[in-house]
Design a protein around this ligand. Structure first.
Ligand SMILES: [Zn+2]
Length: 320
């Protein structure tokens, strides 16, 4: 590829020199991104990015272009051991991403096959969409907003506009993991008095529970935690990672099994939900083989939610 700065030295300089995983990642330029801001986000130097991409004109980054960010580490690995207390999950899942060959944690980062275009599937109904995230101005287009609102609807059919930044973040996740398919486990959920957190970003179209096909949730979680002003929830006994947009970043683990009240990793985590808000009863085994998928729901009877795999809370909202 290209020349790199001595990254290990840089990482140590900013306090990340524990055994960090590192790999190149892809960054799609959005409106307002500057080389310095991008460098800050990934804890690399602007020079490293400029060299890796042979950039000539850094003052005029082109929206939609994809930059290779050389040797990005995942600093949260180190945090996992300390801050979360429990560190490694009891079931050992946190170690799942290790490459047996060289012992380094696998990041699953890959060059995006379709930069800026996400492949998304709604598990509940097997609907699939390919969506271009941004238009030429770098904004999430109204067509994409509409499509996302629909594909992230609640099993009852109730829907809510989805925050553009959340959609952009899905684009970043998609690019990072080589444009692998993103499966929506849960998107919009209307407020119910029985939900475990009084406020949930799911109630406002600002959160998604998802997984990336072929990528362990631990790797998705770790990448989610590198994003700015994002809430990330990890559910070692379930099948998804939660991501939401908020004012400042938060991370939590809920060790509960489906149907159980939350068992968070710490008392004051700013959790957005408990495992059981997503799967109140049964939890589909990861990843669901196609044979288990229910028959695709027809648009006509979707308000019954009958074809949906996501089980619903006792209260059944019949609209917004
Ligand atoms: Zn969630």
């Amino acid at each position: 590829m290209c020349k790199r700065v001595p990254f290990a030295a840089l990482a140590c300089a900013i306090g990340l020199c524990s055994s960090v995983a590192s790999a190149d990642v892809q960054h799609t330029i959005a409106k307002g991104h500057t080389i310095q801001a991008i460098a800050n986000r990934y804890h690399v130097s602007p020079k490293a990015i400029i060299e890796a991409n042979h950039l000539k004109d850094v003052k005029h980054l082109k929206v939609g272009d994809v930059l290779t960010i050389p040797k990005v580490d995942s600093p949260k690995k180190a945090d996992d051991k300390g801050k979360d207390g429990k560190g490694k999950d009891k079931d050992g899942k946190a170690k799942a991403g290790k490459d047996p060959k060289d012992g380094k944690p696998a990041t699953y980062a890959a060059k995006p096959k379709t930069p800026g275009v996400i492949h998304i599937k709604r598990i509940a109904s097997s609907e699939e969409l390919d969506l271009r995230i941004s238009d030429k101005s770098g904004k999430v287009s109204s067509a994409t907003l509409k499509s996302m609102e629909r594909i992230m609807r609640f099993p009852s059919g109730a829907s809510h506009p989805i925050e553009a930044r959340l959609i952009s973040l899905l684009g970043i996740v998609s690019n990072h993991f080589g444009s692998r398919k993103i499966e929506i486990v849960s998107g919009f959920r209307p407020y119910t008095p029985t939900q475990y957190t009084q406020h949930s970003n799911h109630n406002h179209g600002k959160a998604i529970d998802f997984r990336v096909v072929g990528v362990p949730n631990e790797a998705v979680r770790d990448f989610c935690r590198t994003l700015r002003n994002v809430g990330c929830g990890y559910y070692p006994n379930s099948t998804f990672v939660h991501m939401d947009v908020r004012e400042s970043s938060a991370f939590w683990i809920d060790y509960a099994k489906p149907g159980e009240p939350p068992r968070y990793n710490a008392p004051n985590v700013e959790a957005d939900e408990g495992t059981s808000d997503v799967h109140p009863a049964a939890n589909p085994a990861p990843p669901p083989p196609p044979a288990q998928e229910p028959a695709p729901e027809s648009t006509a009877n979707e308000s019954t939610g009958a074809a949906d795999k996501e089980s619903e809370p006792a209260t059944k909202p019949d609209g917004e």
